[in-house]
Design a protein around this ligand. Structure first.
Ligand SMILES: [Fe+2]
Ligand SMILES: [Fe+2]
Length: 169
């Protein structure tokens, strides 16, 4: 039995994941416009992952008999000053999402809602990974700073990322 309150929080989280997808796609577009297609690719894959997160939550709400309510997805920013700013914003955003997921888990714990805490365990682990990779990329882009050949190699590295749908999804 999952409460209305939890269903609302998960519905809101669906929108947050969709917003993350929009944000990363917008960041991806910025890099493509700079001819940094590897980094553009990285954010594009990241965007697809966020849509997959929204999808998992969509299924969960449906599985527990809740009503899926889709909200308006806010418009993402399109203007960025430089690559470092983007990586820092991406890290900030992941931290925000982690907080938001923790808040649902906290509420689910208070309600003794074990199905939601169990469902969200995957997301808690995922956020550890997301924050870790976002933080590594912030460090790397700082190393690259104003060095065109380092930026070229960094771009090549991020070109390797491919979208892999999560198992059991
Ligand atoms: Fe996500
Ligand atoms: Fe994420």
């Amino acid at each position: 039995m999952v409460s209305e309150k939890i269903i609302n929080l998960v519905n809101e989280q669906i929108t947050k994941e969709q917003y993350a997808a929009q944000l990363y796609l917008s960041m991806s577009a910025w890099f493509y416009a700079q001819d940094l297609e590897g980094i553009g690719n990285y954010f594009r894959v990241q965007s697809k992952e966020e849509l997959m997160h929204a999808d998992k939550m969509f299924d969960y709400v449906n599985d527990v008999g809740g009503k899926i309510i889709l909200n308006e997805v806010p418009k993402p920013p399109h203007e960025f000053d430089n690559a470092q700013e983007i990586f820092e914003k991406a890290l900030d955003h992941e931290r925000l999402v982690t907080k938001s997921i923790f808040n649902i888990v906290k509420t689910a714990n208070e309600e003794g809602d074990f199905s939601t805490t169990s469902f969200l365990q995957w997301f808690i682990n995922e956020q550890v990974e997301e924050e870790s990779s976002a933080s590594t990329l912030v460090s790397k882009i700082k190393m690259v700073k104003d060095n065109p050949s380092a930026l070229y190699l960094f771009d090549q590295e991020l070109a390797q990322r491919v979208f892999v749908p999560a198992a059991g999804n």
